[in-house]
Ligand binder design. Structure first.
Ligand code: ZN
Ligand code: ZN
Length: 334
């Protein structure tokens, strides 16, 4: 039985700006949040769902159910918070409904303008990462098939506005560049509200993958981006790309930090004896299956990379790596 989606909810900001929100099903029953900001004649759509038929249908239905009717042609701006398919994949569809200019951070612009290139380059880097992780050839082929599924659907197109940290888009959104989860992810500050994209979620720890796969990803960037959000004063409501509103941003960032810290400590304990990245993953996440194993490997890759870059994990099989280009590094606690 498919779940019924809740109707749009509305937040009225202190200055009267209206911020409506509704979820769309982006993959199966997994939902992402769409935001519609209105101030006077100005209307911005923030994120577009995944572009699957279900996601597009939910987007159209959510839009039609807004408290005050809104025509697609009256949208003045589209903002893509980051270049992940569950946020930008619906852009092809939205572009058939409105000519509103699209804004995205410089580092995620190529995801929208040169999607195929991004996909090919990232696939290459992911394949190399999986070999380095100690995954055998059959396993790599299996993971690569999962990674490639659905990657041909999005076409993309021009980006009218390229965002940088500190910009104030349309006089409304102050842009906070928060790489780590995605290289060009932005959080948007509007009055007392923070739109946190996938940087801070209410329940789950946002996904991370290794910077060796994509520049601008990884735990160092992610922690630094949390610092930027902790420095924000006067945030009373945080609205994220998934899950529920967050009422205490700093408590939530502290909890996410602590969750990563516990994982880092567990990895250091596991690597008291040398382990490949894949072997670390099998110990940390013994029960995950299929696509979740790939996500877990990417995450463990980010954590191991972080520890190795700081000299807390060392490579134990250097001689083997020098003589065999296919040998995966075995990590040992320093
Ligand atoms: Zn994301
Ligand atoms: Zn997301």
């Amino acid at each position: 039985m498919p779940t019924l989606l809740p109707p749009p909810t509305r937040h009225v900001l202190q200055d009267g700006t209206l911020l409506d929100s509704f979820p769309v099903r982006v993959f199966g029953e997994f939902t992402a949040n769409i935001y519609v900001l209105r101030r006077g004649e100005y209307t911005a759509l923030i994120d577009t769902g995944s572009g699957t038929p279900q996601s597009n249908a939910d987007l159209a239905a959510g839009f039609a159910a807004l408290a005050e009717p809104l025509a697609w042609r009256d949208v003045s701006r589209i903002v893509i918070t980051h270049g992940h398919i569950d946020h930008h994949g619906g852009l092809d569809y939205v572009r058939t409904l409105t000519d509103a200019p699209v804004a995205v951070h410089a580092l995620d612009r190529p995801v929208l303008t040169a999607y195929r290139e991004r996909t090919v380059l990232t696939s290459r880097a992911l394949r190399a990462f999986l070999h380095e992780a100690g995954v055998d050839s059959a396993g790599v082929a299996d993971f690569m098939a999962m990674y490639g599924a659905g990657k041909t659907r999005f076409k993309g197109g021009p980006v009218e506005t390229v965002l940088q940290h500190g910009d104030v888009l349309d006089g409304i959104f102050r842009v906070i560049h928060t790489p780590g989860h995605c290289p060009g992810q932005v959080c948007l500050r509007v009055g007392e509200v923070l739109l946190s994209a996938d940087q801070v979620l209410s329940r789950t720890t946002p996904h991370l993958s290794a910077e060796s796969i994509t520049l601008g990803n990884g735990l160092s960037h992610y922690f630094h981006s949390l610092d930027l959000l902790d420095a924000e004063e006067g945030v009373t409501l945080t609205l994220a790309g998934h899950e529920a509103p967050i009422h205490d941003l700093r408590a939530r960032t502290a909890a996410i930090r602590a969750a990563h810290q516990r994982k880092l400590e567990r990895i250091l304990a596991i690597c008291a004896v040398p382990h490949s990245l894949q072997a670390v993953n099998a110990q940390l996440y013994p029960n995950v299956k299929r696509y979740d194993t790939l996500l877990a490997l990417e995450k463990v890759g980010a954590l191991v990379e972080y520890l190795n870059a700081r000299g807390e994990l060392r490579v134990a099989n250097l001689a083997q790596m020098e003589s065999d280009e296919h040998a995966a590094p075995l990590y040992q606690t320093a």
